[in-house]
Design a protein around this ligand. Structure first.
Ligand code: NAD
Length: 354
């Protein structure tokens, strides 16, 4: 196995691993550990080149730094990528080698599930390093993050409601949810229980049918969902759905949902601001999962009550973001990045002072 360093400005450590025996070709990026060890998922994709993989891992690692800083997880930001087509390259030897690569960071990088990587893969990684999180509750780990992400999104939607209408009470508010999978489905139930009028859409018709039969949600076809007027729009399916084509069509006052990377580009945050639509930045409102995982790293290990206590701070973090957005007259997305940078700089300054 050969591990080589890649020098990248602004990153604490970036390394490449090539292992002939298993065929592993992977990269790990540690962006910033000022606030704690760098936690971020491991993903596997058939990247066309190492440059493409490097671009992805750097972007994602930095994103994790910001997400953790705003979510107050006590963690820094990192990420790992394995180059390859999952159906062709996955093997026990490959994940054992990946485990040794993670171990070579000595705890500076901590891994978790991400795209095309499942619990069985991470169980193999775990045989070579202890720096693996998000495994089953039975094994002492934090388990499935989705209910925690949904809980955080629910509290976040309440915080957006408070910002826009002066009360976090969502009774009677019309909420439109796109994507009712693990997170969106649970969020829909929480909102309905709190008195909101929930409309759902999803490309999985069976899932929509099952949920609406069980909970009485209104349903709209996915391709027509932007024609529905609502108070709060909650994207919980996939990224880049807030873009130049969709933003002019939106008929809502606020947006708060779980999907990652909802804005196609930063300028779309400005477009939302110009339209007077209050946007809860994705990585602030959907941090419940990472906050839950982060609790594994505390002395004494995972405790659900501690995770819930920390997730309860998501509304506070959103309020801060909204304040910065108003203070600096910038999009809420940019305001979230600014809050992250302010927190990291404050921690750096207090380390120097000590
Ligand atoms: P999921 O796969 O369980 O659910 C996604 C749902 O969206 C599915 O029901 C799917 O059919 C639907 N969908 C996909 N494409 C669609 C489209 N074009 N139109 C309408 N519906 C579509 O995923 P999840 O775990 O619920 O995550 C949802 C989103 O939240 C993802 O973007 C994910 O990256 C993000 N997220 C999830 C977590 C978590 O803890 N699971 C944490 C942070 C962010």
């Amino acid at each position: 196995m050969e591990i080589s360093e890649i020098k990248v400005d602004g990153y604490e450590r970036v390394a490449r691993c090539r292992d002939q025996a298993s065929g592993l070709h992977a990269l790990i990026a540690v962006h910033d550990t000022t606030l704690g060890p760098a936690l971020g998922g491991m993903r596997m994709l058939p990247y066309v080149s190492e440059d493409e993989a490097l671009f992805d891992v750097l972007r994602l690692a930095k994103g994790m730094t910001y997400k953790s800083a705003v979510g107050e997880t006590g963690l820094g930001g990192g990420k790992s990528v394995i180059l390859g087509e999952p159906s062709k390259v996955k093997s026990r030897a490959l994940f054992e080698a990946m485990g040794r690569f993670v171990e070579s960071f000595g705890g500076q990088y901590i891994t978790a599930e991400d795209m095309n990587i499942g619990i069985p893969d991470l169980e193999i990684v775990k045989t070579r390093t202890r720096w693996v999180t998000g495994l089953s509750r039975e094994s002492g780990s934090s388990g499935n993050p989705s209910p925690y992400t949904a809980r955080g999104c629910f509290l976040g939607v309440q915080a957006v409601a408070e910002d826009v209408w002066g009360s976090k009470d969502v009774r009677g508010k019309r909420v439109l949810i796109q994507g009712v999978g693990a997170v969106g489905g649970r969020l829909a139930v929480l909102l309905k229980e709190a008195g909101a009028a929930v409309t759902i859409c999803d490309i999985n018709e069976a899932r929509v049918k099952e949920l609406s039969a069980a909970h009485g949600f209104a349903v709209v076809a996915d391709e027509k969902h932007l024609e529905v007027a609502c108070d709060i729009y909650s994207p919980c399916a996939r990224g880049a759905t807030l873009n130049g084509e969709t933003i002019p069509k939106l008929q809502c006052k606020a947006i708060g949902g779980a999907a990652n990377n909802q804005l196609l580009a930063p300028e779309h945050g400005d477009q939302l601001r110009q339209r007077g639509i209050q946007y809860a930045p994705d990585y602030v409102i959907n941090a419940g999962g990472i906050i839950n995982v982060g609790v594994e790293m505390l002395p004494g290990g995972y405790r659900e009550e501690e995770a819930l206590r920390r997730i309860d701070r998501i509304p506070h973090n959103l309020k801060k973001v909204f304040e910065i957005s108003r203070r600096d007259k910038i999009s809420t997305q940019l305001a979230a990045d600014r809050l992250a940078i302010e927190r990291i700089q404050a921690a750096k300054a207090s380390k120097v002072a000590r």
